[in-house]
Design a protein around this ligand. Sequence first.
Ligand code: GAR
Length: 202
Amino acid sequence: MLKTRIAVLVSGGGTNLQALIDAEKSGVISSGEIVLVISDNPNAYALERAKNNSINTFVVNKKECFSQADFEQRIIDKLVSEKIELIVLAGFMKILTENFTSRYPERIINIHPSLIPSFCGEGFYGLKVHEKALEYGVKVTGATTHFVNEIPDGGKIIMQKAVEIQDGDTPEILQKRVMEQAEWIILPQSVEKVSKIIKENK
Ligand code: GAR
């Protein structure tokens, strides 16, 4: 049976993309293959990671698009031409509207660096999530994978993993711990889980 064709959307460093690439190599992901990496940021280091692993890349710079609809359409056109079946948002920092998300019901996975429904939604991304968690004083945080719908961070949860906050944590220290202990584990596992379902239903 043919593997599920996966596109990973990125904006920055791409450590979650790296975790996915490593998981494909080690066999944690066996039902899907990453065939495309799309970035809205032409300078994202994630693009280098893709190139180093011979994965096709595509850049859609929002500043060069006429509108949000145009930005989304350029991405959709590429996804369609590459016959993508599963989209993974791995540190993708742009919001996608219903026009985009409704085309791929339960076919877009996002990783968010907190235990949803805490510290999520518009304005909560990257380091800011950890700043807010420390500011609030929670003792446990973590990461969540979920399907993407029209509500930011509002789709059905796939997996969650808790991570303890320690005395003296800075947002940077906490971000690293959440990545190592939660994100890089549950994102590949979630991608395999959904890839398998898609593959078996072909
Ligand atoms: C990750 O912590 C990811 O969970 C977060 O941005 C970081 C990207 O790092 N995503 C969000 O905040 C989405 N709302 P990476 O580029 O090294 O994977």
